[in-house]
Design a protein around this ligand. Structure first.
Ligand SMILES: Nc1ncnc2c1ncn2[C@@H]1O[C@H](COP(=O)(O)OP(=O)(O)OP(=O)(O)O)[C@@H](O)[C@H]1O
Length: 241
């Protein structure tokens, strides 16, 4: 794997009033890596990825993307962000949503072709004429993912991308993640699903705002003498598996 650092989180802490949600997190993610942030609900995963996108700023510490300090408006086009809640226009069709976002990204000539490509990846090609308000939760997730992919970003930050998506489609979406990786893209994926965590090149385990371990799934299991990521997580968290 290319060991060039693409994302660097340096001593990041974040507090909301008196509540310290992220506690001195430092972490590097490499070019072409699928990096998973794994942690229970409320552990701080979303807050951490928001600091990366530049949508929020840390109370202390810094985030660097492509060696540039965030926030940096110039980098927006190189980042694809899929938030946990879908930011879609419900009264428009999926096609109109995709057209709207491609105009925002300034895709002109390539727009039609790119919409076709991303729709295929998320398996929505047959449903583009439907109103988003008639979409199921999983379809909305898939449309959000397609939008995050539209401008072919170098770094993809995906907050729980496969929630509400059935296992068959989840598998095909992961296949497309591997294809993106092959093309040199860097993916940061938050999850609390263990089998999904196993699919990542490396994982950062987050518990109560602290990064308690970083490593490849196999390494983490080996180091803790456990058979599952879930048990490794518990061991690192000080709980006997
Ligand atoms: N804007 C905010 N104001 C106050 N507290 C916040 C804010 N955003 C997040 N928090 C708190 O920060 C903590 C971490 O939340 P966060 O959403 O980052 O967790 P998470 O690991 O992504 O959880 P989930 O998997 O449920 O999305 C929670 O206690 C949450 O209530």
């Amino acid at each position: 794997m290319d060991q060039k650092v693409n994302v660097s989180i340096q001593h990041v802490s974040k507090s909301f009033k008196n509540h310290e949600v992220l506690k001195n997190i430092s972490l590097d993610v490499f070019v072409g890596e699928i990096f998973g942030l794994l942690g229970p609900s409320g552990s701080g995963k979303t807050t951490l990825v928001k600091q990366l996108t530049g949508l929020d700023s840390p109370t202390s510490g810094e985030c660097y993307l492509f060696q540039h300090k965030m926030p940096n408006l110039k980098l927006i086009r190189r980042i694809g962000y899929m938030a946990q809640s879908d930011a879609l226009y419900e009264d428009l069709t999926a096609m109109e949503n995709l057209q709207f976002f491609s105009s925002l990204y300034g895709l002109k000539k390539s727009q039609k072709q790119r919409i076709e490509e991303v729709s295929k990846i998320v398996n929505l090609s047959e449903d583009l004429r439907k109103l988003v308000s008639n979409y199921s939760g999983g379809m909305k997730r898939r449309l959000s993912l397609a939008i995050a992919l539209l401008h072919d970003p170098d770094i993809l930050i995906l907050d729980e991308p496969t929630v509400g998506i059935d296992p068959v489609l989840r598998k095909s979406i992961w296949k497309s993640f591997y294809e993106l990786k092959k093309r040199g893209k860097t993916l940061i994926v938050t999850t609390h699903v263990m089998d999904e965590a196993e699919k990542c090149d490396r994982l950062g385990l987050i518990r109560e705002g602290r990064l308690i371990a970083v490593g490849a799934p196999e390494e983490l299991k080996k180091e803790t003498g456990t058979k599952t990521i879930e048990d490794a997580f518990l061991k690192y968290g000080g709980v006997e598996a």
